[in-house]
Design a protein around this ligand. Structure first.
Ligand SMILES: *Cc1c(COP(=O)(O)O)cnc(C)c1O
Length: 367
C-alpha cells in the first residue's frame, strides 16, 4: 500500500497502533508438500471421511486466516475491492473488533440510536466505553442533527443500523453521507446492513467509502443467505481500517467447514436462487403486513425493509402468550424505548405465516 495514513487511523487506540500483531504459521508461509510449521496433526481427524491431507478442506490443517476464494467472492458480491473487506465470525465479531480498536476504556464513547440492535451497547460496555443514546425521531428516522449535537472529542464510533433492527426502517443514504461528512477524520460511521438484501432497490453505503473513508459497512450471510449457523460476516471499509482490525482479530477466525458452506452458498446459481427467495420473502412480508393491519388486536404495523415486522398490539403480552402456547415464538421487544406493546415477528415460510395469522384470528374470536 503506497497511500499515506488516513487521518481517521489516528483515532484508533494508540496501543493498538503500536502493537506488534501475532503472526501465525499460515500467515508466514503458504502450503508446501510437507507442512511442519504449525504443530498440526499429520493425519485427518479420526472418524471423519475427509481424507485428503493437503486439500483446502482438510480439517487437520489450520484454515487460511482470510480465505482468498471467499474474500474474492464476497468482494464481487458486494461490489468492493478485496483489500477493503474483512471476513470474520459474523457481524458480531466486526462490531467487537471496531469497539476494541477505537475505544479506550473509561474515556471513549460510541453513539447508538435506540431502539436498535443490542450488540453495539454490549460490545461498548464490555470494553468500558460509554454509550451515548440518541433516540430515533418520529417514524423511527435517524436524527442526524441530534447525533452530531451529542458527539464529543471522545466519540469514536457512530452506529447506524439500516434497515434497523427491530423497527425495520431504512435510513436514506444521503443522511448517512451527510453524517459521515460532518464527522470526517473524527469518528467512524458504522453502517450495519444485516438486512439490506430485503430492502428492495436500496443502495449499500459501501459505495460511499471511496469518497468518505470514515464509513464502515457490516454485511452478513446470516439472514438472506440462510447461514446463521456458519457465522460468516463481512466488514467493508478503507483498506487501512481493515488492516488495523486484522491486528486484533483472532488468528484463524473462520472454521474450514464454514468457509466451504459459504462458498457453496455464494456460487452463481445459488445466489440466483437466493434472489428468488428474497423476492418471495418480500411478497410474504407485504401480505402478512396487510393481514396484520386488518386485525383487531393490532394497533400498528410499521413499514419494514427487512425480513421481519415490528407490530404494536393492544395487549402484546397476551398475544405473545397465545402464540407461545401453540408453539409460535416471536420476539418481545416491548421493553425497548418507543416500542411498548410491540412484538417483532420474523417472516417465515408461507405456511408458517399462515399459521401465525390463523392463530391471531383465533385469539380475536376468543376475546
Ligand atoms: C442479525 C443481526 C446481525 C448479526 O449478524 P451475524 O453476522 O450473525 O453476527 C448484525 N446486525 C444486526 C442488526 C442484526 O439484526
Amino acid at each position: 500500500m503506497n497511500d499515506a495514513p488516513i487521518k481517521l487511523l489516528a483515532r484508533a487506540r494508540p496501543e493498538i497502533l503500536a502493537l506488534q500483531p501475532y503472526s501465525s504459521a499460515r500467515m508466514e508461509a503458504g502450503a508446501g508438500a510437507i507442512m511442519l510449521n504449525a504443530n498440526e496433526s499429520p493425519w485427518p481427524p479420526v472418524g471423519t471421511d475427509i481424507p485428503l491431507d493437503n486439500d483446502a478442506s482438510a480439517l487437520n490443517r489450520y484454515p487460511d486466516p482470510q480465505p482468498r476464494a471467499l474474500r474474492e467472492r464476497l468482494a464481487q458480491l458486494y461490489g468492493v475491492a478485496s483489500d477493503e473487506l474483512l471476513v470474520g465470525r459474523g457481524s458480531d465479531e466486526a462490531i467487537d473488533l471496531l469497539v476494541r480498536a477505537f475505544c479506550s476504556e473509561g474515556r471513549d464513547a460510541i453513539v447508538i440510536s435506540p431502539p436498535t440492535f443490542g450488540m453495539y451497547a454490549v460490545a461498548a460496555r464490555t470494553q468500558g466505553a460509554a454509550v451515548i443514546e440518541v433516540p430515533l425521531a418520529k417514524g423511527f428516522e435517524l436524527d442526524g442533527d441530534a447525533v452530531l449535537a451529542r458527539v464529543t472529542d471522545n466519540t469514536k464510533l457512530v452506529f447506524v443500523c439500516t434497515p434497523n433492527n427491530p423497527t425495520g426502517a431504512l435510513a436514506p443514504l444521503t443522511a448517512i453521507a451527510k453524517l459521515a461528512l460532518a464527522l470526517r477524520d473524527r469518528a467512524l460511521v458504522v453502517v450495519d446492513e444485516a438486512y439490506l438484501e430485503f430492502a428492495q432497490g436500496a443502495t449499500s453505503a459501501a459505495e460511499l467509502i471511496a469518497r468518505q473513508d470514515n464509513i464502515a459497512v457490516l454485511r452478513t450471510l446470516s439472514k438472506a443467505y440462510a447461514l446463521a449457523g456458519a457465522r460468516v460476516g463481512t466488514l467493508i471499509a478503507h483498506a487501512q481500517i481493515v488492516a488495523l482490525l486484522r491486528r486484533i482479530q483472532a488468528p484463524y477466525p473462520l472454521p474450514t467447514s464454514c468457509v466451504d458452506a459459504a462458498l457453496a452458498a455464494l456460487a452463481p446459481s445459488a445466489v440466483e436462487e437466493v434472489r428468488v427467495r428474497i423476492r418471495m420473502l418480500v411478497r410474504e412480508r407485504e401480505r402478512v403486513a396487510r393481514a396484520l393491519a386488518a386485525a383487531a388486536a393490532v394497533l400498528d404495523v410499521y413499514p419494514s425493509s427487512a425480513n421481519f415486522l415490528c407490530v404494536r398490539f393492544a395487549d402484546a403480552a397476551a398475544t405473545y402468550r397465545a402464540l407461545l402456547a401453540i408453539g409460535i415464538i416471536v420476539r418481545d421487544v416491548s421493553r425497548y424505548a418507543q416500542l411498548a406493546g410491540c412484538l417483532r415477528i420474523t417472516i417465515g415460510a408461507p405456511d408458517e405465516n399462515d399459521a401465525l395469522l390463523r392463530a391471531l384470528a383465533r385469539q380475536e374470536a376468543a376475546a
